[in-house]
Design a protein around this ligand. Structure first.
Ligand code: AMP
Length: 212
């Protein structure tokens, strides 16, 4: 399955829930790239600056990361934040042809622009384990500390206001055309991504034919 939608639509949150509920590997290209940046790899060095500016990382770098991970995971995965361009979608077709397992569903999580800005506005993350928090919707138990590992929370570079606006613009120009691509293939399921995470999960599971 692939999860599409603007930044802040809940792809990361729902990807983590689907991993547990449907026993799928959760493959987030944002997480893979942040890991590469933290480790200072060649990909990380090239990706870091673009990510901090809210721009997309080149398709060939991302496709390479995804191919390695999908080949390693084998059956059953949820792609979060990938594909983001038509070139990535056609590249993914080649990968899935090679492993003999195509996408069953492409879920588009729709959230109004104002709600996206509100959600990303208060977002903080744990620099060590990557868990996301929101000062209003999902605050940590102890202010500014991660519930899981106790590290101090930070604002991701790409969650700063000017970068958020650029990420929304990039989504609308480069990623929104993917909806037509998957609609034509009969794979697209449009899911209302507004409201509480549990409500979105229930809609999503029903859209892909799994009740809770
Ligand atoms: P995310 O965590 O999915 O919001 O991704 C954070 C940032 O990583 C994005 O703003 C991009 O700079 C980069 N990124 C993540 N996934 C991709 C992708 N599929 N293609 C290009 N860049 C990506």
């Amino acid at each position: 399955m692939a999860l599409l939608g603007p930044p802040g639509c809940g792809k990361g949150t729902q990807g983590a829930v689907l991993k547990l509920k449907l026993q799928l590997a959760h493959i987030s290209t944002g997480d893979l790239l942040r890991e590469a940046v933290d480790h200072g790899t060649r990909v990380g060095l090239e990706a870091g600056k673009l990510m901090a500016e809210g721009k997309l990382v080149p398709d060939d770098l991302v496709l390479d990361l995804v191919r390695k991970r999908v080949e390693k995971e084998g059956a059953g995965y949820v792609l979060d934040g990938f594909p983001r361009t038509l070139a990535q979608a056609t590249g993914l077709d080649l990968i899935t042809d090679d492993i003999g397992q195509g996408l069953d569903h492409v879920v588009s999580l729709s959230v109004p622009r104002e709600e996206v800005a509100r959600r990303l506005g208060g977002r903080k993350c744990c620099p060590d384990c990557g868990r996301l928090y929101h000062q209003t919707f999902s605050p940590p138990r102890e202010p500014e500390r991660c519930d899981d590992c106790g590290s101090g929370l930070v604002i991701r570079d790409d969650d700063r206001e000017e970068t958020v606006l650029e990420r929304i613009r990039v989504y609308e120009c480069q990623s929104a055309p993917l909806l037509g691509f998957y609609e034509e293939k009969g794979l697209l399921r449009d899911v209302d991504g507004s409201g509480a995470p549990e409500e979105v999960t229930a809609r999503l599971l029903s859209a892909v034919g799994h009740e809770r």
